[in-house]
Design a protein around this ligand. Structure first.
Ligand code: IPE
Ligand code: IPE
Ligand code: MG
Length: 236
């Protein structure tokens, strides 16, 4: 039986869902927010410790201003509707990504949610928002170089490097789910996913349900994780 402490999801397919339903792309993103609410509550019930969701990438600024502006308004919609429920469920909100480029009104709403939920001890709902893994690694390298120059550190290991990443302190990612069928990482958690299990499904994010999550987890539970080793007790 594999443990599942940290689940990461690339929530993809909102635009295709909207197109299928003859709706504007923004309607797909809105539906995606409702789905995220359900999955957060369910993942918490399942005892998952951390749920990292890819909500906006450093590359998503390439989209139309209308779409980007709408996505930047979603944290307000999400937290205005659900902060009470997140508190009742003991969920703690966190964010990873480059805060600098996020509009200040959006950042304020997110920081309010982080503050309100900071003492909660249930699931960590970790938003990857304006997140890009290459950007994260370059920043970490710069920060390390500065600390080295300042005489604060003199050695670097895999573990101490991980502490320079946005995900410092979070458990290892056990399972990555990507909805919407694309077989790529799109600049998500390149360092952190080194030994994670991947499940890619055709279901579009707005159609994702608790049952779909159950089936992804069942698939994960059936996987044999080797971490490069082999089971000496079995002759295989
Ligand atoms: C994912 O859905 C949400 C974000 C990237 C913000 P998309 O908007 O990428 O949906 P598709 O891939 O076009 O269907
Ligand atoms: C990945 O989806 C980013 C998020 C889900 C936020 P994209 O739709 O941006 O990925 P690509 O462009 O298809 O690789
Ligand atoms: Mg997409």
């Amino acid at each position: 039986m594999n443990t599942l402490n940290h689940l990461a999801i690339i929530m993809d397919g909102n635009g295709r869902w909207a197109k299928q339903n003859k709706l504007p792309r923004t309607a797909g993103h809105y539906k995606g927010v409702e789905v995220l609410r359900n999955i957060t509550i369910y993942a918490n019930k399942l005892g998952i410790k951390c749920l990292t969701v890819y909500a906006f990438s450093t590359e998503n600024w390439k989209r139309s201003a209308d779409e980007v502006n709408y996505i930047m308004s979603l944290p307000k919609i999400f937290f205005a509707s659900y902060i009470k429920e997140l508190m009742e469920n003991n969920v703690r909100v966190m964010i990873i990504g480059d805060r600098e480029k996020i509009p200040s009104e959006t950042m304020k709403v997110i920081d309010d949610a982080i503050n309100t939920t900071k003492n909660n001890t249930g699931l960590i709902l970790n938003f990857a928002f304006n997140y890009g893994s290459r950007d994260e690694i370059v920043r970490a390298a710069k920060k390390y170089a500065q600390d080295y120059k300042d005489g604060k550190v003199n050695d670097l290991s895999e573990e101490s490097f991980a502490d320079y990443l946005y995900t410092s302190g979070l458990p290892e990612v056990d399972l990555l789910i990507r909805t919407g069928s694309e077989m790529r990482l799109s600049n998500f958690l390149l360092y952190q996913l080194a030994y994670s299990e991947f499940v890619v499904i055709d279901t579009l994010w707005p159609d994702f349900t608790n049952d779909v999550l159950d089936s992804c987890i069942a698939e994960y539970m059936g996987r044999k994780r080797n971490f490069g080793g082999r089971d000496e007790t079995k002759n295989n």
